[in-house]
Design a protein around this ligand. Structure first.
Ligand code: ZN
Length: 280
C-alpha cells in the first residue's frame, strides 16, 4: 500500500515536471536577436496575433510576426518585453542593456555663427525638419531590411554614434551617425533595400540628402551628398549606387554621414553592420 502511494506521488511529481518543462519551453518561444546595447536594434518574432510591449509601449509586428525594437542612446540598463498571447497568457522577459561611454569634446572661442545658426535661417530649418520627420514616418509595410546591410561607402571613419560636442559651453545635439570620409565623388550606395522617401539637394544642415525607408519605420539618412541619382518614390536595392560623396550643407570636408532611425529612435549604424551576419 505504501509503495503504491509513493509510486503515485512520483507520477504526480513527474507530471508536474513535464508540465513545467513545457511551460518554460513555451515561455521562451519567441526569438530575439541583435545588439543588446545602447543604440542597438533588436529584431524578434512572435506568433501572429500576439501583442508586444516594450517598456510599456506597444510594438508593431509585420505579417509574419516579426518586430523591431530600437534602443536609444541613453537607454537604461534594463528593459522589459511583455507579450500577450492570443489566449491572454502573458510572457515577460527582462533584458539587460549594455551601457556605453560616449566621447565628449569641448571646443571654446568659436565664432558665434558656428555654434548656433543665424536667426534668418530658423524658419527654413524648421520647415526642413518637418519635411524630414514626415518622410521618415512614411508608411512602408514591406520588411525590406531583411535583405541585410552593407556599409554605404568606403573611407576613414571620422565620427561615431553618440559623441557630443560642447561648443562655447553650449551642449549640442549628440552626433547620431557614422562619418565616413573620402574624396569628393566617391560612390554612395544604398545600405539595404528600400524606398527612397526623401531627396533634397540643399538642406541647411545636411546639404544633398537621401532618406531610404527599409520598411516598418526603419530609415537610413545619407547626408552631405554632392550628387544624387535616385528619385523620391523609387525602389533601391542593397548596394545600388544612389549618388556621390560631397561636402554640402554644414560639413567641414568631403564625407558621408550615415544615420539610422527606427520610429523616432536613433540607432547606431555601426552596430547594424556588426550584427549583420546575425541574419539581418
Ligand atoms: Zn556627421
Amino acid at each position: 500500500m505504501r509503495k503504491l502511494v509513493e509510486l503515485k506521488k512520483i507520477r504526480i511529481l513527474s507530471l508536474h515536471l513535464v508540465f513545467y518543462f513545457f511551460l518554460i519551453i513555451h515561455c521562451m518561444s519567441f526569438e530575439l536577436n541583435g545588439s543588446f546595447t545602447q543604440g542597438g536594434l533588436l529584431i524578434g518574432k512572435v506568433s501572429l496575433g500576439d501583442i508586444i510591449y516594450y517598456n510599456g509601449k506597444e510594438i508593431p509586428t509585420d505579417e509574419t510576426g516579426e518586430f523591431m525594437i530600437g534602443l536609444e542612446r541613453l537607454h537604461p540598463s534594463k528593459g522589459t518585453i511583455k507579450i500577450i498571447k492570443k489566449n491572454k497568457e502573458e510572457i515577460i522577459r527582462k533584458l539587460k542593456i549594455k551601457q556605453r561611454k560616449y566621447k565628449v569634446q569641448k571646443i571654446n572661442n568659436l565664432n558665434k555663427n558656428k555654434v548656433t545658426p543665424p536667426k534668418e535661417f530658423y524658419e527654413r530649418i524648421k520647415k526642413e525638419n518637418m519635411r524630414i520627420k514626415k518622410a521618415k514616418s512614411a508608411d512602408i509595410k514591406n520588411s525590406y531590411y531583411r535583405a541585410g546591410f552593407v556599409i554605404p561607402t568606403n573611407g576613414i571613419i571620422t565620427g561615431v554614434y553618440g559623441s557630443q560636442r560642447i561648443l562655447n559651453g553650449i551642449p549640442k545635439r549628440p552626433h547620431y551617425g557614422i562619418d565616413i570620409a573620402n574624396t569628393l565623388g566617391t560612390p554612395i550606395l544604398a545600405p539595404s533595400d528600400g524606398v527612397v522617401v526623401l531627396v533634397e539637394r540643399d538642406l541647411y544642415f545636411s546639404g544633398g540628402t537621401v532618406i531610404i525607408s527599409h520598411g516598418r519605420g526603419l530609415t537610413s539618412s545619407l547626408l552631405h551628398l554632392q550628387e544624387i541619382i535616385v528619385e523620391e518614390g523609387s525602389f533601391v536595392e542593397k548596394g545600388q549606387k544612389i549618388g556621390l560623396m560631397g561636402d554640402t550643407g554644414r560639413a567641414t570636408g568631403s564625407h558621408l554621414d550615415w544615420r539610422m532611425e527606427l520610429r523616432g529612435i536613433r540607432i547606431d549604424p555601426n552596430l547594424i553592420i556588426k550584427t549583420n551576419n546575425n541574419n539581418f
